[in-house]
Write a new protein. Sequence first.
Length: 355
Amino acid sequence: MFKLTELKDKQPHLQEHQWPPLPRFKSTPEDIREFLSLPRSLQKSSLAEVRDTPAYDEFINTKLAYISGYLFSYCDGPLHQAVDEDLEYEIQRMKLSVESEVLDHWLSSANREYPFKDSAECADYLQHLTFDNPGINHPLFDFLRNDANEVTFKYFLRNEVCRNEVVDDEVAVMTTGIQGAMKAAVCSNLWDEVGQGNLGKFHTYWLRELVEDYSDWHSLIRYRAEERPWFTMITTNVFNILLTRPGLKFRRYGWFLLNEGWVSPHFTKVLYGMDRVGLCRKGQQIYFKAHESIDPRHTVELIESIRYQRPTLSDKQMSEIACGAHMSLEASLKQYDAMLNYLVAINDGKIVHKN
């Protein structure tokens, strides 16, 4: 229960910090400004021109990241506490063009159908996929467990903060457009995300504790503004497509389900690595330890709610849920591959950051 009486005298002290810890928006980058000005046909042809080049992934994701900043309207977004009809029209045009490129070309899993005879078969399939897929044992997490040094861990942990800092926003959006058991499962997750009404137990508050333990409030913001690589935002960018396109609402359920399933095995390896390099304080580990036990329960809830959803799911709805799970896997593998290369380079001294 949310206790109003505690707001006056018992707010946790880290609540005073700006959250998320973001750099303030300065101006629209020149390449995005040029893309925004193009008619739809030329936006499409520009995307097609880079499709088979090394620049393709970055070309897409820098634009999606700009769109994400706009959608969530924190201080890093182009219209933070502001309204500009002309600019918003152009952003929405760009959004549709770039998202179509992702759905039609960049992620091959987005174009497949997944037939099931009934919701029980769909739930069984997702249960198997969730606990047996290439993302669970990705070498990124073995590297963190066995080889990453303390400096490398700092940059991994920074990006974990960035990746998870608005999960409560994302789950809140997921509650729209679904009903019944599936809505109950998502709301169960959201209630935990917001600490069951206790500010100090918000999952994002545990991330505040991690930033505080590193005394990283200002350096993290500078890192994001000056040095954070574009590929660390892939999963956020693609998930936001599913969160903001009404016709894809069942895909976002499958996306989130798969992500919940591998949190615990990933974090077990992360915690082992943190212990190995001496990152053992409560503020450093609380987020990861809590999710080791919380997320397996949420994964079961999300899967079983498909099995017992009433009215039963249609063929199209079941296929869309499975499609979202496969999109999550494909996008996550792209991000994990790039993150592993990045962190290995930091570990070997080939990348040295200022912040």
